[in-house]
Structures are given as structure tokens and as C-alpha cells.
Design a protein around this ligand. Structure first.
Ligand SMILES: Nc1ncnc2c1ncn2[C@@H]1O[C@H](COP(=O)(O)OP(=O)(O)O)[C@@H](O)[C@H]1O
Ligand SMILES: CCCC(=O)OP(=O)(O)O
Length: 367
């Protein structure tokens, strides 16, 4: 039996799970209040806080860490790489800690897995990180030479739910076209064309719809003006765009359940913000339908927001003209992380090397 401990840091939570082969033995979503996260000046400062939360859970549930074969983290912002399972190594940890490819909670997945693996002399992996890059060449251009677009999205969950939804209608991922809208603390909406995500809004840096924590796309010149008018520094802007934008900036909360409660109590502004969220998500789904030239087998709604009955009702109504709308609320990231590690540990797939794969992809992309 192969046992894995899965560590999945998100912008609003740290999810952990314990698997024995393919069976999930324990699964916990440790939710973090926005103020708990915002008190840290940098992401790496959150490392001891998140480790402590995990250790408290492990102790409370009598988990014997020595019985774990591998620690598996959600992979973060580093060099673009193809999908797959990667051994956590020094080059990867350095890139994640430096923040030079961006800062997101998922950067801590490999870092925390590495902490436990080193302490217990076990292996650490990541699977399908947020930088999986399968763009077609036309998708990279932004209109600003030197500031090209990046593929940054919920790759792990988008691919896992697409496979699952297609399995239910006896279709293969590699032979189908689907649009997956991952609706979490951040939102990414991808065009999956015959098994490759050929375009997706960057779910972190300010593309696509606004999200619970994120601004989504804002006109470039208004951001430039804001920086100069407010004499703002890079870190403040990063927080405004990726942590306190969207629902937080309009309504002071990143919790859609609170927004729903405001609407129920007659708050008209909250209703406008909710309607605009539906509008913007639908606009992005429409864009990806254009990428797929209207040949769409299915639109899939997933992520924490997809638990919301009013949201899924409104989005289904607005997007059913494109294709059948299927809802898979929450995420399948924990299972997907376990499966990725199990494939390597059982010898059915080769583990990938970060440096080698990132260099090969960079070479292939050179025009
Ligand atoms: N039952 C629910 N109804 C409405 N919104 C929900 C529900 N459950 C979770 N959410 C919302 O989902 C969002 C978090 O989604 P999630 O995918 O867990 O985010 P992340 O992984 O980025 O931390 C939060 O805005 C939360 O309020
Ligand atoms: C797009 C990068 C991944 C992401 O945004 O994840 P969260 O929604 O968990 O912040």
C-alpha cells in the first residue's frame, strides 16, 4: 500500500488529504480568514503559519507521518512546463521562493511538501502546476511586444474535472472540446481543445472576470494612472490585484455565501455585484467558445463558487446556448495530486525533471 499526504494551499484555504493507494482516508479544508492571510507581508512568511495548521490537524487525527511514502503539493508559479508529475528539487524550490515568476499560495505546495519530505526522509512531488503551458502560438501575443501572455490557471482541477465529466458521457478528453470555468478565490476559464488547454485567462495577473479576491481585467492605462496618482509600490499593487480585488473590493468579503445573505436581506448593490460576476464569467466563457470556433462538447462549472445555487442557476441559463452546462462543485485536485504521485510510485509513469522540461519547452516556443 502506498500512502501519500496531499498539501494544497489556496488563496483562502489549505486543503490536506491522506490517501492509501486510491482511497481517500482523510480530507480537510482548513479555511483561513482573509485577515489571517493579509497580516503577512510576504507569501513565504505564511509558511510556518500553514505548516502549524497542518501539524495541528495531523496531531489531532493521530496521523503517523512515518507511514507516509510521499508528500505531494500543488505546484505554483515557476517556469512554464508541460503537464505531469515532477520531483520537487532545489531549482524548483529556489524559483518558487524567489517569487520571480509570481506569487501565489500554490508556491507553498512544493515548499511545504519539501519541508515534510526532508524531515522524514521521504519523496516530494508536484503534479500539473498552475504554469502548465499548452498555448497555441497565437495565444501568447498581448499586443505589447515584450509583455507576452502567460498560461497561469487551475490546470490540475480543470483537467481532472474535464476528464471526469467526459467519462460520464463516454467521451475521451483527447478527442473532445470543452470549456472549463474554475470558479474559486481566483477564476480561470480554459478552452480545452482535444486534450490541450490552448487558451485560458491568466487567473492571477488580471485577465478575465473579477473573482472573490481578484480584479480580473482592468484597463492598462487606468492601472498606470492609479500607480502614479497613489505613489504605489509593486507589493501594494500585487495585493490589490490578486488578494483584495473583486468581491473583496466591492463588498469587503471574499465569501460568496455572505454576498448571498446580503442580497437576501435586500442589499441592491450586492445584487448588482453578483449580476456583474455572472455577466463577466459568461463573457469569458463566450470568448473561449470563439477560440474553439463554437465546437464545444460541454461547458463545465467547478471550484468553490460552483456550490452556490443562485450562481450555477444564472450561469447555466446564460451559457446553455453554447453547449450543455455541467456542474462539478469544489475541486478534484486532491485526487488528481494523489493519482499523479501514485502513477510515479507504482512505476506506470516516469517522474519529470523541472529544469529539463522547462528548458525543452522554452526551446520549443522560440520562434
Ligand atoms: N456553499 C457555497 N456557496 C457559495 N459559495 C461558496 C460555497 N462554498 C464555498 N464558496 C465560495 O467559494 C470560494 C472559495 O472557492 P475555492 O475553490 O475553495 O477557493 P480557493 O481554492 O481559491 O481557496 C469562496 O468565495 C467561498 O465563499
Ligand atoms: C490561477 C492560479 C491558481 C489560482 O488562482 O488559485 P486560487 O483560486 O486557489 O487562488
Amino acid at each position: 500500500m502506498i500512502r501519500t499526504l496531499i498539501i494544497n494551499p489556496g488563496s483562502t484555504s489549505t486543503k490536506i488529504a491522506l490517501f492509501a493507494d486510491n482511497e481517500c482516508v482523510l480530507n480537510q479544508n482548513i479555511e483561513h480568514e482573509n485577515h489571517e492571510i493579509l497580516k503577512f507581508h510576504s507569501l513565504v512568511e505564511q509558511e510556518p503559519f500553514r505548516i502549524q495548521k497542518i501539524e495541528e490537524y495531523i496531531t489531532a487525527h493521530n496521523i503517523d507521518l512515518n507511514s507516509i511514502d510521499a508528500f505531494v503539493g500543488r505546484g505554483g508559479l515557476m517556469r512554464p512546463i508541460p503537464g505531469g508529475t515532477y520531483e520537487v528539487d532545489t531549482a524548483m524550490i529556489e524559483d518558487l521562493r524567489s517569487g520571480k515568476f509570481g506569487i501565489h499560495a500554490s508556491n507553498l505546495g512544493a515548499i511545504i511538501s519539501d519541508y515534510f519530505a526532508k524531515k522524514l526522509q521521504k519523496r516530494a512531488f508536484i503534479v500539473d502546476p498552475v504554469v502548465v503551458d499548452e498555448f497555441e502560438p497565437v495565444a501568447y501575443l498581448s499586443g505589447f511586444k515584450g509583455l507576452e501572455r502567460r498560461s497561469v490557471f487551475h490546470a490540475l482541477n480543470q483537467k481532472a474535472v474535464a476528464r471526469e465529466a467526459l467519462k460520464n458521457i463516454n467521451k475521451k478528453y483527447a478527442e473532445s472540446n470543452v470549456i472549463v470555468a474554475h470558479l474559486g478565490g481566483g477564476i480561470s476559464i480554459g478552452a480545452h481543445k482535444r486534450g490541450k488547454v490552448v487558451d485560458v485567462n491568466n487567473g492571477l495577473d488580471g485577465e478575465g472576470p473579477f473573482a472573490p479576491n481578484r480584479t480580473g481585467q482592468v484597463s492598462a492605462m487606468s492601472v498606470v494612472d492609479y500607480v502614479f496618482d497613489h505613489q504605489t509600490d509593486r507589493e501594494t499593487m500585487r495585493k490589490l490585484i490578486t488578494q483584495t480585488g473583486g468581491l473583496v473590493s466591492y463588498l469587503g468579503t471574499n465569501d460568496l455565501r455572505e454576498v448571498e445573505a446580503k442580497i437576501t436581506s435586500g442589499d441592491k448593490y450586492a445584487k448588482l455585484v453578483f449580476d456583474s460576476l455572472v455577466y463577466q464569467i459568461s463573457k469569458e466563457i463566450g470568448k473561449q467558445a470563439a477560440v474553439l470556433q463554437g465546437e464545444v462538447d460541454m461547458v463545465i462549472l467547478t471550484g468553490g463558487l460552483a456550490y452556490s445555487v443562485p450562481l450555477k442557476k444564472a450561469l447555466t441559463q446564460k451559457n446553455k446556448w453554447i453547449a450543455d452546462v455541467v456542474v462539478i462543485p469544489g475541486e478534484m485536485e486532491m485526487q488528481a495530486l494523489n493519482l499523479g504521485a501514485q502513477r510515479v510510485l507504482t512505476g506506470t509513469e516516469d517522474v519529470k525533471n523541472y529544469q529539463k522540461e522547462s528548458e525543452a519547452l522554452a526551446h520549443a516556443k522560440r520562434i
